[in-house]
Design a protein around this ligand. Structure first.
Ligand SMILES: Cc1cc2nc3c(=O)[nH]c(=O)nc-3n(C[C@H](O)[C@H](O)[C@H](O)COP(=O)(O)OP(=O)(O)OC[C@H]3O[C@@H](n4cnc5c(N)ncnc54)[C@H](O)[C@@H]3O)c2cc1C
Length: 225
């Protein structure tokens, strides 16, 4: 809604990934309109817009990189994007766990705090375990990516897919349990865990849906017919 320009992937060549280029299209270019903000379940801190393009003419100078190299440029960013989303996921999960542990100490039912119940403590431990596994694995993959390690062991590209999935699964589980342990309070707008629950839902969809990234990992890891 507010961008001064958008970088678009456009078809400039043959079908498939080798026929895509990146073009910068500036706000105000005739034929390019920002039609409306899309109402979303979560991520309200980031607006998402519906854009329209009708016979838009763009100067050749707005081409980014070589013609038909757009997909390769996008792909270069994919690993970093997947790792960043994994960090985002375990960050939301860690925050939801901290809020929930504090709430379970404070909230009393039947004359004792929630955390006095063994089943509640075990839930907190399971949330903790999933956050730690997601954080440790994601950091390990990030370190390997930064070190440029592409030789031994599974491909870093595949592992970035798996790290994203691991962290998204953790966020999905932890945010669900965080709302559950907050009871009715957790269902109310204005309770922080309710926001994390909604915000977490986009993570296994955006930046490569889990199913699509799993299929890519299958190819990269050699699990092919
Ligand atoms: C809030 C928000 C922000 C976004 N921001 C950006 C952005 O900044 N830039 C950008 O480029 N995109 C952005 N997107 C788009 C986002 O990347 C896509 O929505 C996402 O990749 C899923 O694609 P899709 O919606 O077309 O779903 P589809 O491709 O239609 O998939 C629907 C379902 O089918 C599954 N599926 C699809 N193909 C297969 C297959 N071959 N095998 C098995 N299962 C399959 C998917 O995993 C998914 O579960 C954003 C989306 C949202 C909601």
């Amino acid at each position: 809604m507010r961008a001064d320009f958008v970088t678009t992937a456009v078809r400039t060549g043959p079908p498939g990934h080798a026929g895509v280029s990146l073009l910068v299209i500036e706000k105000g270019t005739p034929g390019f309109t920002v039609d409306r903000a899309l109402a979303k379940m979560g991520w309200h801190c980031s607006d998402t817009a519906e854009l329209s393009f009708a016979d838009v003419r763009v100067p050749a100078a707005n081409l980014v990189g070589a013609e038909n190299s757009g997909f390769y440029q996008i792909a270069e960013q994919f690993v970093v994007e997947r790792i960043a989303l994994a960090v985002h996921a375990y960050g939301i999960a860690a925050r939801s766990l901290a809020l929930t542990a504090a709430y379970c100490r404070e909230r009393e039912t039947f004359g004792k705090p929630l955390i006095a119940n063994q089943v509640v403590r075990h839930k907190l431990v399971e949330m903790h375990r999933q956050v730690e596994v997601a954080r440790t694995y994601t950091r390990e993959v990030a370190a390997r990516h930064v070190a440029g390690s592409r030789g031994d062991g599974p491909s870093v590209i595949a592992e970035a897919c798996l790290a994203k999935q691991t962290a998204c699964d953790a966020a999905t589980y932890v945010c669900h349990e965080a709302v559950q342990l907050h009871g009715g309070t957790g269902y109310m707008h204005g309770t922080e865990v309710e926001r994390h629950y909604r915000d977490a839902r986009i993570l296994p969809i955006g930046g490569g849906a889990t199913e699509v990234l799993t299929d890519l990992a299958a190819k990269l890891l050699g699990y092919t017919p």
